[in-house]
Ligand binder design. Structure first.
Ligand code: PLP
Length: 461
């Protein structure tokens, strides 16, 4: 059938337990249970080593926009490996990187015409910080190095990206981190402060103005950049209130701070547009991207940079003193181009725009369950916040959260055939981000599985 069936399932488990180190995973749990082993994918579904099928409600990890098993995209990578498997972008170019850069520039807003490739999202986020710091040195403002980002926002795991990340628990073991990370409020309207809790626009302006207050408090001459996702993932999909990004843009312009739109999740159709900033009508100075640019058929990340920020780097002997071996890998660039062809030929952006309201209203049916406090998001990107008491919005304490998410929900959803994420890095949420090819039948399947598992979860509290 396929190559993996040649493996002995038990031997594979044993080797995985002995030799493989999983990311962000408690290995102790696998002394009693098997490691979930996904061996194959097809469209919106993946299959485990026993042949059981799962709806991929998270697109792997916010990655598989076009779905699994696309041999046309895989073949584009294979062809490129035969023609030129590798050459660096260190003082050389190769055709696929050029073509991809040109294509990405044709999609980006404003004058974000320059593409610096990386291999991952963390590298893109970290590269943007270094780019901003050096930009300010080149333009006579060497004291600007600080970066603002929002509470509970995830921006990656390398030391620099982790310093920008706003999740205290995943930072503590690695302190001290590079200095300069400053936190500002996120846009979780469900948990808005009381004085703006009944007016989403006022809430948004307050949250944006907190960015101004933080810049002033820190000293504008020390602040390099503000990092914001179009829809913040961590915490459970916080869309921007109306006017939020416009106000942030004004603040950045007023204080000469660079605006970085971290679109590692939100770009490439997740919100119905190639770049998420387009959906909300703002033009940042830098966009960071990764994940969906290749739909995971090969790794790639990067940043789109405005002509204005590029300008000092074009002068004299100025050089961005930064690079990584595999950035803009020819195979990944070929795959990204083939991926974007699928977007166009199959009108995936149109599919998201046409179906997102149906996805939302299907998930909103879950509001009749006592545990469902809030359903929020945009495009094909939703978070469902779970609460102990709907009327008061009371959340779960740490023990309850542990029992509910780790003790029950994560396994129960997987056992029921749905891959999604039960996350308690903020208040407990379920995250959904399925392939962009999904339609009503998949939304119904997601809703039905969530309904039965969340109903049972209530009895475990
Ligand atoms: C918004 C955001 N930025 C950065 C990253 C880091 O990307 P990577 O895991 O590719 O390093 C992620 C990963 O999920 C992300 O969601």
């Amino acid at each position: 059938m396929n190559a993996t069936t040649a493996f002995d399932a038990a031997a594979l488990q044993e080797a995985a337990k002995r030799n493989l180190w999983l990311h962000f995973t408690r290995h102790s749990g696998f002394s009693r249970a098997d490691i979930p082993m996904i061996v194959r994918g097809e469209g919106q579904y993946v299959f485990d080593q026993h042949g059981k099928r799962y709806l991929d409600g998270l697109a792997g990890l916010f990655v598989s926009q076009i779905g699994h098993g696309r041999t046309d995209v895989a073949e584009a990578g294979a062809r490129q490996a035969g023609e030129l498997a590798y050459f660096p972008l260190w003082s050389y170019a190769h055709p696929r990187a050029v073509e991809l850069a040109e294509r990405l520039a044709s999609y980006s807003p404003g004058d974000l015409n320059r593409v610096f490739f990386t291999t991952s999202g963390s590298e893109a986020v970290e590269s943007a910080w270094k780019l901003a710091k050096q930009y300010f040195r080149l333009t006579g403002q060497p004291s600007r190095y600080k970066v603002l980002s929002r509470y509970i926002a995830y921006h990656g795991t390398s030391h620099g990206a982790l310093a920008i990340t706003g999740l205290p628990d995943i930072k503590i073991p690695f302190e001290p981190l590079p200095p300069g990370g400053v936190r500002v409020p996120n846009t979780n309207f469900y948990r808005a402060p009381e004085f703006v809790a009944d007016d989403v626009t006022a809430f948004g302006l307050w949250a944006a103005d907190e960015i101004e207050r933080a810049i002033v408090r820190e000293g504008p001459e020390s602040v390099a950049a503000v990092y914001l996702e179009p829809v913040q993932n961590s915490g459970g999909c916080f869309p921007p209130p109306p006017g939020y990004f416009q106000r942030v843009r004004e603040i950045c312009d007023k204080y000469g701070v660079l605006m970085v739109s971290d679109e590692v999740i939100c770009a490439f159709g997740r919100l119905g547009y190639i770049f998420g900033c387009e959906r909300y009508g703002y033009t940042p100075d830098i966009i960071t991207f990764a994940k969906g640019v290749t739909s995971g058929y090969s790794p790639l990340g990067g940043m789109m940079v405005s002509d204005r920020v590029m300008e000092p780097y074009l002068k004299d002997e100025n050089t961005f003193l930064h690079g990584v071996t595999f950035a803009g890998h020819p195979v990944s660039c070929a795959v990204a181009l083939a991926n974007l062809e699928v977007f166009e030929k199959e009108d995936l952006l149109g599919n998201v725009r046409a179906n997102e309201a149906a996805f939302r209203s299907t998930l909103e049916k879950l509001h009749d369950l006592p545990i469902v406090g809030d359903v929020r998001g945009d495009g094909y990107f939703y978070g469902i916040e779970m609460v102990k008491d709907k009327a008061t919005r009371q959340t779960f304490d740490d023990d309850e959260s542990e029992r509910l998410l780790r003790g029950f929900l994560s396994h129960a959803l997987f056992d029921a055939g749905l891959i999604c994420r039960a996350d308690d890095r903020g208040d407990p949420v379920i995250q959904l981000s399925p392939p962009l090819t999904c339609t009503q039948e998949h939304f119904d399947e997601i809703e039905q599985i969530l309904r039965s598992v969340l109903t049972e979860a209530w009895s475990h509290i």
